[in-house]
Design a protein around this ligand. Structure first.
Ligand code: ATP
Ligand code: MG
Length: 606
């Protein structure tokens, strides 16, 4: 089985990894020392995310270093230095101050990936406001829902997005006072201001007000994979974790050129698309263009990208474009020699994908695990450490993770407020984390009950099922909500999906439990096929037999259906709950995060 495969790694000759000796680093790490890596506001006036991401580098003589390399849809490239970014973010902070927008007030963005997004996010943080980036491909309903839930006072968007997604609901959003329009603005767009005009009228200088580490900074809605999205609140101190974890898990070094494909509408796109790389003072690629394998390879080569952070859905798109069976002409026609590794997050990374990376690209793919709630990477594969394909890796220094015994409903069993930690290796249970790291969410906005329900026995309960092997590596089993109970067995969808993906015809798979009188539930698989393969009864039978050989009859799917468009969230995750609802004819629930053709075309993944 794939679990026994270990990819041995000698460290990359070009770079000494930030985390060489895992055990030693974990033993000596503490968060107070991690905080000393950052400088804090001058005069001891607290800790501000934007200061650490931008101004600190200017103060240390790196103002001329390129902070952003923005690649337009037309492939035009614009560079923004740290000094220029400091000036622009000062101006935007001043714009807000002049509008009377104060500390902890919510500034939303509804923008594609563009330089103004960076200016807005960091400028808002300088003004000690709270920033909430929305994914630009959300429809009007989901946009209104989130603006209302988050008490938006300011929105920064474009004319086209405003007209299509906000104008009709504006009257129903009385707290939304100011709308700033980036780019061209029609004269008769009432109730809006021009972003550029406001920026031009603002001064270059801005003094950041004292910022308490517990001051609210970021509001992030979860992906909505399991239900209604929750607004997770993060504070300025989170930057300590953004910085430290990016050093360990993304192995950032001062001369790196780094690219994160996630949209800032998702936590990855903010924590690791904006904040963490900039706190390391490195160059960040901002791609305004579409999701496309050829375009990605070209940017990776042309920009000499050294670290690429993406998601399994993007890796699977590359796999579709260049199957492991060959030929490898597409990646071989680009010079990817600067790239040290690819990191992946958001969904389980199937072992097949890791093996594909080794074979086709000659590159390690490092899975890592975290959530909107955790604010930063918690469990990861590291540059200097071996890879066990299919494992999400080991907890980062400073992170204490445990596997908890489960109760009836599949979640951790809580008796009199107490839980039981499983010490025996290779036993499935709910993944729990000991609270105390700086980027831990401080609440779900307006939902204390749901927040309180996340904790038991001094642990934060993640809702994900995992097992830990005897050497301390964590293996994802599935979300507690997705786990299937069949004839007394508990089946994790990830294992079944990964086995199906080992078949050369299968591009992607989503697995659900379908009620069955005898077994309680049977496993049903939905698969999409790679180019050159057509659905047929014969292929269906072949896939079922293939899975049975790999998994055994108790775990293998009993039914299979072909579906070239598996439902997924706009952050790229397969929505098993929707597959289940459709299969059983049940209500679809909250589908505000469901990807539509429009969002996929506008680069909606991951
Ligand atoms: P919602 O909470 O609204 O249902 P969501 O959980 O998908 O949506 P996110 O916070 O974006 O929202 O995603 C975190 C979840 O994504 C994790 O709890 C886990 O289920 C999954 N995930 C993230 N990284 C990995 C990984 N490397 N392997 C497996 N699953 C992962
Ligand atoms: Mg979640």
């Amino acid at each position: 089985m794939a679990e026994q495969t270990i990819i041995r790694k000698a460290s990359h000759p070009r770079v000494a990894p930030n985390l060489g000796d895992y055990e030693r680093e974990c033993a000596r790490f503490d968060w107070a020392r991690a905080r000393e890596q950052l400088s804090g506001l001058p005069g001891g006036k607290g800790l501000n995310i934007a200061y650490e991401a931008v101004d600190r580098h200017v103060a240390h003589g790196r103002g001329g270093h390129v902070a952003l390399r923005c690649i337009g849809r037309d492939d035009r490239v614009r560079s923004v230095t740290f000094a220029e970014l400091a000036r622009r973010t000062n101006r935007f902070a001043s714009v807000l101050r002049r509008l009377g927008v104060g500390a902890e007030e919510r500034v939303f963005t509804l923008l594609g990936r563009c330089p103004e997004l960076y200016t807005t996010v960091l400028g808002t943080l300088k003004n000690t406001g709270v920033v909430c980036p929305l994914f630009s491909a959300f429809g009007p309903g989901p946009v209104e829902q989130r603006l209302r839930l988050g008490d938006a006072r300011v929105l920064v968007t474009t004319e086209a997005l405003y007209r299509r997604k906000v104008a009709a609901s504006r009257d129903r959003l009385p707290c939304l006072e100011h709308v700033l329009i980036v780019g061209r603005r029609d004269a008769d767009l009432p109730g809006t201001l021009g972003y550029e005009e406001a920026m031009e009228a603002a001064p270059d200088e801005f003094t950041i007000a004292p910022t308490g580490p517990e001051q609210m900074a970021l509001l992030h809605f979860t992906s909505g994979t399991t239900g209604t999205p929750k607004g997770a609140v993060h504070v300025h101190e989170a930057v300590v974790a953004h910085h430290a974890t990016a050093g360990y898990a993304l192995d950032l070094h001062p001369d790196d050129v780094y690219w994160c494909t996630a949209d800032p509408g998702w936590v990855t796109g903010t924590s690791y698309g904006i904040i963490a790389p900039l706190t390391h003072g490195i160059t960040v690629i901002v791609d305004e263009g579409d999701f496309d394998a050829r375009r990605w390879y070209r940017i990776l080569a042309d920009e000499h990208v050294t670290v690429w952070y993406t998601a399994p859905t993007a890796v699977r798109m590359l796999m579709r474009a260049t199957p492991r069976e060959g030929p490898y002409d597409l990646p071989r026609s680009y010079d990817l020699s600067a790239l040290r590794f690819i990191a992946s997050v958001g969904e389980p990374l199937n072992p097949e994908a890791v093996l594909w990376g080794e074979e086709v690209l000659g590159l390690p793919i490092h899975d890592n695990w975290w959530q909107t709630e955790t604010g930063s990477i918690m469990i990861a594969n590291f540059a200097a450490c071996d890879i066990r394909p299919g494992s999400m890796g080991r907890p980062l220094p400073g992170v204490e993770a445990a596997v908890l015994e489960r109760g009836e409903n599949g979640r951790a069993a809580v008796t009199d407020g107490r839980v039981t930690v499983i010490e025996r290796p290779d036993t499935e249970g709910e993944l729990a984390l000991r609270p105390g790291w700086p980027s831990m969410f401080r609440g779900y906005l307006h939902d204390k009950v749901r927040y309180d329900a996340c904790f038991a026995g001094r642990w934060y309960l993640t809702g994900d099922l995992v097992r830990r092997d005897a050497d301390g590596w964590f293996w994802f089993v599935g979300r507690a909500d997705d786990v299937i109970k069949s004839a007394g067995h508990l089946i994790g969808p990830f294992e079944v999906e990964s086995a199906l993906m080992e078949h050369p015809a299968v591009a992607e798979a989503g697995v659900i439990g379908k009620p069955d009188e005898v077994a309680g539930a049977i496993v049903k698989a939905f698969v999409s096929l790679k180019p050159g393969h057509e659905p047929s009864d014969a292929l269906g039978r072949e896939l079922l037999a293939f899975a049975r050989r790999r998994l055994g009859p108790a775990v293998a799917p009993r039914e299979i259906a072909f579906d070239q468009n598996l439902p997924r969230t706009r952050s790229g995750k397969v929505m098993r709950r929707l597959l289940r609802a459709r299969e059983l004819g049940l209500p679809e629930g909250d589908i505000s995060a469901l990807e539509t053709v429009e969002s996929a075309e506008s680069g909606g993944v991951p």
